[in-house]
Ligand binder design. Structure first.
Ligand code: DC
Length: 219
């Protein structure tokens, strides 16, 4: 099976770019952040203190995470309940950033990610796909953009959805998440030597998709 592995920091546009790329290739796209977010949702719904690793570990023994692609759209399940609509809140942004630093959390979804990539051609996006989950992929990309630009994109995205957004809060949250994601001991976000790095600060979404597409090896 073929894969395209895409890593990069929060707010860089990985999800949008990866989904468009998958469409162009007629493949499915796995958003691995959704799996970490689903675990955070399970913690929230079960009153688990995300800063207490033992509580999180106990919960991991009680939950089963699953992914299905329905008409090209990823659905993420906890114990057979579709939680896809609960994943994208500011609270879950921060909770998933904390819990994804626990090795037990990362281990609990490693096989699921690899199994999905073994079953089909897949675009996979996250923080440790090029460095860990799909180390052997022939197509590795690292997307980057300045924190100011990423905060601006998040701010515009929230505004366009009619949400009340505060640029400064978004910017500070991004810096915090960057720090969590890049300095954790297990599988920190890095640009691997064999990844093609794309600075997207001054590129449109379509330009980024095109750049990746042109560099993909399909054999
Ligand atoms: O991409 P995202 O914002 O949906 O990811 C949510 C959190 O999950 C993020 O703070 C980092 C973590 N994550 C990770 O550690 N490894 C991945 N492969 C994907 C996400």
């Amino acid at each position: 099976m073929l894969s395209v592995a895409i890593d990069g920091p929060a707010g860089v546009g990985k999800s949008t770019v990866s989904k468009l790329l998958a469409k162009k290739l007629n493949w499915n796209c796995l958003d691995t952040g959704a799996l970490y977010r689903a675990i955070a949702v399970a913690c929230k719904n079960n009153n688990v203190d995300i800063t207490e690793i033992n509580q999180v570990k106990d919960l991991l023994n009680k939950i089963k995470i699953d992914v299905k692609f329905i008409d090209g759209v990823q659905h993420t399940y906890i114990n057979n309940k579709d939680v896809s609509n609960e994943l994208r809140t500011e609270e879950i942004d921060m909770m998933s950033s904390i819990s994804s630093a626990y090795p037990e959390v990362r281990q609990s979804i490693l096989h699921l990610q690899r199994d999905l990539a073994n079953q089909q051609n897949l675009v996979v996006e996250g923080r440790d796909i090029t460095s860990n989950v799909l180390k052997e992929s022939k197509n590795k990309f690292y997307l980057d953009a300045s924190p100011e630009e990423r905060a601006k994109r998040r701010y515009n995205e929230r505004n366009s959805k009619g949400e009340i957004a505060n640029y400064n809060e978004i910017y500070q949250d991004l810096l915090k998440r960057d720090k969590n994601d890049m300095t954790r001991k297990i599988a920190p976000l890095v640009c691997t030597k064999d990844s093609i790095k794309i600075d997207t600060t001054f590129l449109s979404i379509d330009e980024v998709v095109e750049k990746i597409y042109k560099n993909i090896k399909l054999s």
